[in-house]
Design a protein around this ligand. Structure first.
Ligand code: TYD
Length: 131
């Protein structure tokens, strides 16, 4: 599977670090929505969907979590623990998130507003579409 991890430039100096996220520059789409997950309880697994059209980029700005990615052919587990790394979640990619550290803040940028009709929430529907 072609996993797209975007390396985000870190502007660091003796004061600390800064990462900028810019529409059509290091984020390869127009950002229309941002949301973040935090305070995720131990042992929780979430996600369990793919999108029909939505483009997203996930950045763990604090802590760490793992992603389970499935393109219908291959399944991959990936650890996100670097605030200067963005994981692209293109449409048609089944994803689940798990192993959240207690301090994890997972920021997600998206190119559209929230739209439940863009979700594929049943794995069997996802698998059927991939056939
Ligand atoms: P949910 O889809 O269950 O999150 P995940 O699939 O990442 O585990 O979303 C939880 C709730 O938040 C659900 O009621 C929908 C709502 N929500 C919004 O209102 N706007 C958003 O941008 C997102 C991602 C979710």
């Amino acid at each position: 599977m072609d996993i797209q991890l975007v390396q985000l430039q870190k502007h660091g100096d003796e004061r600390g670090s800064l990462v900028a996220l810019e529409d059509q520059r290091n984020v390869p789409f127009s950002i229309k929505r941002a949301y973040y997950l935090f305070g995720t309880k131990e042992g929780v697994r979430r996600g369990f969907h793919a999108h029909k059209k939505l483009q997203q980029m996930a950045i763990v700005v604090r802590g760490q979590c793992r992603f389970h990615l499935d393109d219908g052919k291959e399944q991959v587990e990936i650890l996100l623990d670097n605030p200067a790394q963005g994981l692209m979640i293109p449409p048609g990619l089944w994803h689940e998130m798990y192993d959240f550290s207690s301090d994890c803040v997972l920021l997600v940028l998206a190119n559209e507003h929230y739209d439940e009709s863009d979700y594929i929430r049943k794995y069997e529907d996802f698998a059927m579409e991939k056939k």
